[in-house]
Design a protein. Sequence first.
Length: 235
Amino acid sequence: MDLARAQMLADKGDAKAEYFVGKSYADGTGVAQDFGKAAEFYRQAADQGNVEAENNLAVLYAEGLEGKPDYAAAAQWFGKAAAHGVVDSQYNLARLYEEGFGVSQNPAEAYKWYLIAARSGDAESRTSAQRLKAQLSPEAQAAAERAAGGFQAQGPQLGAPQQLAQATVAPAGGAGDITAAQRGLSRLGYYQGPYDGVSSPALSLAIAAYQRDQGLPTTGALDGAVVQRLTPAAQ
């Protein structure tokens, strides 16, 4: 695609063109390299569900737009792309959970994402999964393997850019409901993480998996239906 035409289409909101322009700025192809502008165009494309843009935006945040990595933002966007089936993002999200960068350190969650990426043939993820498996309890292994086995890539939710990674920002009843959901999903094998009452990409994805298995709309949001079903299980 010609850069001038891509810029014109990007100005009209074309997601593919926005991604193309963003990559041009990231690579310095046809324009002076500018990671800030690259992030701006990647974000516009990612907000429309472009999975390549989601992944590349996460990489920019992980590497640092201004010399300092923003691992929390990287985890958010890797989480989106991972849920949409991007293998590189699944591996990178696992690395963040393993190291505790941008998210709470969680070897079981890392193991789950390594397994998911390995299922697509990623050899490095397979090696990492085997390495982490030896560090987990049998219960944690089983929960992570169950979650990984039930994973299905979700289609991008156009017009709802914050849905996957931040769907639980405004839960049904606040931190208490989040904690109850964390406990309930953990007991059911969907979630491996802290019971801290704080929403996270891992919790959103666990909620989405639970909703899918329960025949509920798969939004990843902690709505009233999820709270009602999980609260008894959490007690």
